[in-house]
Every structure is written in C-alpha cells, then in structure tokens.
Design a protein around this ligand. Structure first.
Ligand SMILES: Cc1cc2nc3c(=O)[nH]c(=O)nc-3n(C[C@H](O)[C@H](O)[C@H](O)COP(=O)(O)OP(=O)(O)OC[C@H]3O[C@@H](n4cnc5c(N)ncnc54)[C@H](O)[C@@H]3O)c2cc1C
Length: 277
C-alpha cells in the first residue's frame, strides 16, 4: 500500500518536505522497482509548475517533473536531448518517467545525464525559503548519490541555448535498440567558426561512478584548426583513456565499455574534422 502526500503547488510540496520525512516520487519508474519505502511518498506529478518548459533569449528552463513523452513533442527541447530520450525504455515508461527522476536517481547509466553534462546544464534547487543553481556535474557525486538536501526539490533543469543550438553527436550502446539500459553512452557538441573549433564538450555515460566529462582535455582542442584537431586525435584519445575506468557488471565488461567509448570519441572527432561550417 502506497501512502503519500499529493500537493498541487510547489510551495505546498516544499512545506510538506520541510515538516515530514518523505521520499520524492515523480513518475515512480525507478522507485517502483526498489523495495517499497516505509516512509511516505511526496508525489510531484500533480504540480503544474514542475511540468512547464519555458525559454528566454539565452536559456531553456525544463520543469523537473516533465515526462519524456511531452519533452519529445516540445520544439524548445534541444535535439540532442530528444535523441537520448528517444532511446529510453519504451513509450509506456516514457509516459510516466521524468527528467528530474533521471537526475535524482543518479545512475551512471541514466541516459539524459551525458547530454546534460555536455550541455553544461544547471539545476535550480528549491527549499521553502531558498533557491540556488548548481551545475549538474557538482550535483551528482556518486552512483545513486547527490548533494540534494533533506528539505530540497529539483525545480528546473536550465540549459544555455549557446550549447543547445550547435551540432551534436549522440550514441547509446545497449543490448538492443529499445527497452535496454545503456552498456555505455556518449554525447558530444561542437561549433566551428572561421575554420577553428570554438566550442567542444563531450561526456561518457556508464563508464565510471558518475558521468565522465574532462574539461581539461576539452581545452586541448579549443581554438584549433581542423588540421590541428586531426593531428591531435590520438593524443586526445590517450588522455581520455586515462580517465575512463569502467567496471564489469551484468550488462557489459570493463574492456568492452572502454574500447567502444574511445571508438565513439574517435568517430566524433572524425565527424568534426570532416564537418562543413
Ligand atoms: C522498464 C524500465 C526501463 C528503463 N529504461 C531506462 C533507460 O533506457 N534509460 C534510463 O536512463 N532509465 C531507464 N529507466 C529508469 C527510469 O525510467 C528513469 O531513470 C526515469 O527518468 C526516472 O524518472 P521517474 O520520474 O520515474 O523517477 P522516480 O522513480 O519518481 O524517482 C527517481 C529518483 O529521483 C528522485 N526524484 C524524482 N524527482 C525529483 C525532483 N524533482 N527533485 C529531486 N529528486 C527527485 C526520487 O526521490 C528518486 O530517488 C527504466 C526504468 C524501467 C522501469
């Protein structure tokens, strides 16, 4: 039997969260496969504010309780994020599961996460009397571990448009094309201007305790011509091979994960070298 609170406003939800020990429940698709909680759920799926997508000139704001099916239909959502969402589970799960739940669950195999890392997404974290923005890479600190405080809720995912509107590369490797948890995944974005690489970011999923992004390696490529990028490909792959340390588990082996991740990185770099402005 599920006990819980079903507020209709974020303020009521934050008040309940402050005054009670509760488990946040959005779509429940991660929670329902865990052992049932003895503490009550705080349902977030009746709060309209958490289901809004808005934008201004420079930024996209995604409510944490937006379900994947709605995000796939929304023209404001960046194509790279839609591409990762389309690989998640099946239509039935995507009708309930939320982007905030993928972040709150903090699985290294969460499929929106490498995209959100590459886009430099920030999270708006609310309590009853405070709000702050945190970069997603500082929010997730280990498998199933985040810095979310006991009285806080993720309200929004905030994406800078300068990252969202540029060319991208995304690949998920699973046991089959649908309804498969990632063995590994890779997300990258880049921008070319006047023959030089002016923006570059990439992130690897399911090959470490959290998504891996290495800004110091990215810096090696920024400002380079395509010929310089081509000459650096082996070097860059070697640098990433030092920071990618996957494990063996029921879905894949460490050797396979590392090899295929680095192959995808190499393919992404070749795509950049062959791209037209
Ligand atoms: C059959 C099946 C297939 C799946 N396939 C995939 C897949 O291919 N790829 C993938 O990435 N995932 C997959 N999942 C996992 C799951 O669907 C996703 O992680 C989904 O995004 C979770 O969202 P939810 O709203 O259901 O989260 P919930 O189960 O409601 O919550 C998950 C966690 O996030 C916390 N949380 C939820 N909302 C907030 C918030 N606003 N603020 C703070 N914390 C919050 C909860 O307390 C909980 O700890 C699958 C699950 C199932 C059952």
């Amino acid at each position: 039997m599920v006990n819980g609170y079903m507020p209709n406003t974020l303020e009521d939800a934050l008040k309940i969260r402050r005054e009670n020990e509760v488990v946040l429940y959005a779509g429940g698709t991660d929670l329902m496969v865990r052992k049932e909680e003895s503490i009550p759920y705080l349902f977030l799926n009746l709060i309209p504010k958490l289901q809004e997508v808005t934008e201004d000139k420079e930024t996209i704001y995604i409510g944490a309780a937006c379900i994947y099916s709605d995000l796939l239909q929304n023209k404001v959502i960046p194509d790279i994020l839609k591409k990762s969402i389309a690989t998640i589970a099946s239509p039935a799960i995507r009708n309930a599961a939320t982007i905030g739940g993928n972040i709150g669950n903090a699985s290294p195999a969460g499929d929106t996460l490498p995209v959100l890392y590459a886009l430099d997404a920030r999270l708006k974290i609310r309590t009853l009397d405070s709000e702050k923005e945190v970069n997603i890479k500082d929010f997730i600190i280990g498998p199933k571990k985040t810095i979310l405080e006991k009285d806080a809720i993720i309200e929004q995912i905030i994406i800078p448009k300068k990252r969202a509107d540029i060319p991208f590369y995304y690949q998920k490797v699973g046991a089959r094309k649908a309804d498969a948890i990632s063995k590994l995944s890779f997300a990258g974005i880049y921008q070319l201007e006047n023959g030089r690489l002016t923006d570059f970011a990439c992130a690897f999923g399911a090959v470490g305790p959290t998504v891996i992004r290495a800004t110091s390696i990215e810096q090696m490529l920024l400002g380079k011509t395509m010929e310089e990028v081509r000459n650096l490909i082996d070097d860059v792959i070697n640098q990433y091979s030092l920071v990618i340390n996957p494990i063996d588990d029921q879905r894949s082996t460490a050797i396979y994960r590392k090899k295929v991740s680095l192959n995808l990185l190499g393919d992404f770099l070749q795509v950049i070298c062959n791209a037209k402005e």
